[in-house]
Ligand binder design. Structure first.
Ligand SMILES: [Fe+2]
Length: 270
């Protein structure tokens, strides 16, 4: 069994007073960390699927590192559209990992190592495109090739990345926030991993997501900083500050994948 905590989109600013649409990102992340540390078990690892910071600057990453270093398990990070790989790697403490593409390519694509990585093949991928092209994502051929090539077919497989892969039925999100080659990647992943594929776990939407493509789970966690509204005919989204603190508890067993979606009150956790 492998126990994982999945969180996303903390959007740290350069100091503790930074707010995003009226919400103090740091205070809310501190409360989230306290909630995770108060769980009645220690996860094998914690994965943050990107937008660690609101703007990629060294002060924001230093603050994120300070707050997230309180977590009592190895932490792994995926690149969000608000992140910058070199600063993430310089500032944030990652757990044991095996890079799948050279960092010189500017992407952060790796397999999670350690004891949990022996039981389940966990991959973290980087869908970031140049900021003036985003906020949609794209997965490079080199990452897809590397991940597919690393799948042995003998163990469960799970993939983490910032951007969802498949349209959810909301116009603004489907046009602007997905991996452009997401369905293509999903199909290749499903073909390679087969029945071993447990799911694809994402952030970016600032809303929870549960979607199945050909029977495979795509599961997204919301943002502790600020949620987005979503509706079928949205041409844009509203920001909803002041909501609860979301994180997911993922449990991978020999025959099941459990997602416990927590939504905790803020500021009662302080
Ligand atoms: Fe975000």
């Amino acid at each position: 069994m492998v126990e994982v905590i999945h969180l996303s989109d903390t959007h740290f600013g350069p100091d503790r007073t930074h707010t995003i649409r009226g919400a103090n990102a740091c205070d809310r992340a501190v409360a989230l960390v306290a909630a995770i540390n108060a769980l009645p078990f220690t996860p094998d690892f914690i994965v943050h699927t990107g937008d660690v910071t609101n703007d990629p600057d060294p002060e924001a990453y230093a603050l994120a590192a300070e707050v997230l270093s309180e977590l009592k398990a190895p932490v792994f990070f995926a690149t969000g559209n608000h992140d910058e790989v070199a600063m993430m790697r310089a500032s944030l403490a990652f757990g044991e990992l095996d890079l799948l593409v050279p960092e010189s390519e500017g992407s952060l694509c790796y397999r999670i190592g350690g004891a949990a990585g022996e039981k389940v093949e966990f991959f973290v991928m980087d869908g970031k495109v140049p900021p003036d092209e985003g906020p949609h994502g794209h997965l490079s051929d080199s990452q897809i090739e590397a991940v597919l090539g690393a799948i042995t077919g003998t163990k469960p497989v799970a993939v983490f990345l910032h951007y969802p892969l498949t349209p959810i039925g909301s116009r603004w999100i489907d046009e602007h926030l997905l991996v452009r080659n997401g369905n293509e990647f999903h199909d290749a992943l499903a073909a390679k991993a087969g029945a071993q594929l447990r799911g694809v776990f994402t952030g970016h939407l600032h809303r929870g997501l549960t979607l199945y493509r050909d029977g495979v789970l795509q599961c997204g966690v919301s943002s502790p900083a600020c949620e987005f509204s979503v509706a079928p005919d949205d041409a844009t989204c509203e920001f909803l500050p002041g909501g609860p603190l979301p994180f997911h508890h993922l449990t991978f067993t020999a025959d099941s994948t459990q997602v416990k979606a927590y939504s905790l009150p803020f500021p009662k956790l302080a």
